[in-house]
Design a protein around this ligand. Structure first.
Ligand code: ZN
Length: 539
């Protein structure tokens, strides 16, 4: 290794240490911090993040990166990456092998894993990408975005409480303007939204998402109708009063069964469940216990457990570096949603785990059996709130947000017209009209945080997950039987070998092609849903 490369690795390590320190402060804020500590805590987090930003954007880093790239023989990598994929994904038709994903990665292909240049190439690519994003955004814009979103979040809370969009409107107008400025500063291959999407889903193009979501919408809309017309299922038992202690016991059991390692993690309670990585051997998950809704903790825990397994499964040689984290939000969601839905809402899963749940809550579940439970957790019902949506309607909530934010970014929609546009689209996609903005356009925190370009990753996670799981079923043909017998570890082992251990080395489109042999294809998700609901005798 050259001197420049070693120096860069050292800087990277320090930045990761600072990021994990900031994550620890945030974890504490969400799980146990006294309320009045918030002012000081905000200052602490801002200070640590500011130091990390300065470290990353110092002129020294740019010079070292240039030197290290030429020493490893990667000077051409940057040009190839930005050139690759242009002109792809515009051919319409089936989203299959022709979509842009594969081309995006072609030009920047890494040497094979056993090549001595593999690690350095992967590291320089990921670190270089992060560096180039950060230096392109002027300091003034970073500060203005931070201040604007900080105020906007407070305004969003007020607006939501008062059910009054006008309180939030001027803040969102400013956020959209600054976000457009950010997109211009970053640059993009086809359209401004590409630059925003790239922050959360590196290597993915807007045109590719548009194409895939158009297919998804066409398939899902009639599917929701068919399911809801024939499904008769009673899930009212979920509200029969389940003391938190019992829910906690069952959550801990589930995580253990999934292979989550409590010597390298822990489970706590927070208002919104999340997973946070504080180091290669410290990946924590949270859940919430609602006594009047048994499903909330169970599926929150399994979901976050899926995120946790991903981070814990990353190869130890990547710990403490930019390669030691999940590669994209969509891939992260694919792992959490696979555990939550494809595994955790399957009948075999509950055939094995329901008796343990009934032992903890014998009275509440007196008249329920494993089959009843397995059916109830698959109830499909168009609803107003995304985070409470079922597996089938969920992606439609995401498509709605994607279409609206794309229209805002492309200046085809003004912020003042957003509530009306939201309600119209909701009616078109899900057949229901929100009675208030609090249950409509004001329900999510994301836009107030400036996270425009984030939403698509939720639905992409469903699609990636089903596509990966199809591959897993080919490799482990008796996977249903294994789930029914309580063997979840063979699934975990497969995921670790094919997905988790790679950390951030491959982009999502690359990983998809490596593992499944093709680029993003929504067919797998639709096929999975159709098979599942016909097995449940709903289709
Ligand atoms: Zn998640």
């Amino acid at each position: 290794m050259s001197k420049a490369f070693e120096k860069l690795q050292q800087i990277d390590k320090e930045i990761i240490l600072l990021e994990h320190t900031s994550a620890l402060l945030q974890w504490d804020q969400e799980t146990g911090m006294p309320a009045l500590a918030i002012e000081e805590r905000s200052d602490q987090i801002a200070l640590v993040q500011g130091i990390a930003h300065d470290r990353m954007t110092s002129p020294e880093v740019g010079e070292l990166l240039g030197q290290a790239r030429s020493e490893v023989g990667l000077e051409s990598l940057e040009a190839e990456t930005s050139y690759a994929g242009s002109g792809s994904g515009t051919n319409g038709g089936e989203a299959g092998d022709e979509a842009g994903g594969a081309e995006v990665s072609k030009g920047a292909a890494l040497p094979p894993e056993n090549d001595p240049r593999f690690f350095s190439s992967a590291f320089l690519r990921v670190f270089g990408r992060n560096y180039e994003r950060e230096v392109k955004i002027p300091r003034r814009l970073v500060t203005e975005l931070a201040q604007t979103t900080s105020r906007a979040q407070a305004a969003w809370i007020d607006a939501r409480r008062a059910d009054d969009f006008s309180l939030f409107q001027p803040h969102l107008e400013k956020i959209v303007a600054l976000t457009l400025e950010k997109a211009e500063a970053l640059g993009y291959p086809e359209q401004p939204y590409d630059a925003l999407l790239d922050e959360f889903e590196p290597g993915m193009r807007t045109s590719q998402v548009e194409e895939v979501f158009a297919d998804l919408k066409t398939e899902l809309t009639p599917l929701v109708k068919r399911i809801t017309e024939s499904q008769r299922v009673d899930d009212s038992f979920r509200g029969r009063g389940y003391p938190a202690a019992g829910q906690r016991e069952f959550s801990l059991n589930l995580l253990r069964e999934m292979g989550y390692d409590f010597d390298r993690g822990r489970l706590d309670e927070s208002a919104h469940p999340f997973t946070t990585s504080l180091g290669g051997n410290d990946v924590r998950v949270t859940t919430r216990f609602h006594e009047d809704d048994l499903f909330s903790a169970i599926f929150g825990t399994i979901h976050e457990g899926g995120h946790g397994l991903y981070e814990l499964g990353i190869a130890p040689s990547y710990h403490g570096s930019s390669l030691g984290e999940g590669t994209s939000l969509g891939i992260h969601e694919s792992q959490s949603r696979t555990w939550e839905n494809l595994i955790g809402r399957s009948l075999p899963f509950w055939q094995h785990h329901f008796p343990g749940l009934k032992r903890i809550f014998p009275k509440q579940l007196e008249d329920i059996d494993a089959e009843d439970f397995g059916r109830a957790v698959n109830r499909v019902q168009p609803s107003l709130i995304r985070i409470e949506a079922d597996e089938v309607t969920y992606s439609l909530h995401v498509i709605l947000r994607f279409e609206l934010e794309l229209a805002l970014v492309n200046r085809n929609l003004e912020v003042k017209d957003l509530p009306e546009a939201w309600n119209d689209l909701m009616e078109q996609l899900l057949g229901i009209r929100p009675p208030s903005d609090a249950d409509g356009v004001l329900q999510d925190v994301h836009w107030s945080m400036g996270a425009i370009g984030y939403f698509p990753t939720y639905a992409l996670g469903n699609l990636f997950g089903a596509q990966f799981f199809n591959r897993l079923q080919q490799d482990i043909p008796d996977v249903d039987k294994r789930i029914g017998g309580g063997d979840l570890l063979s699934i975990r082992k497969w995921q670790q070998e094919h997905l988790h251990r790679h950390g951030a080395v491959y982009t999502a489109p690359e990983l998809l092609r490596r593992v499944t042999g093709e680029s993003l294809n929504p067919r797998y998700f639709i096929d999975y849903l159709e098979q599942k609901f016909s097995r449940l005798n709903v289709l």
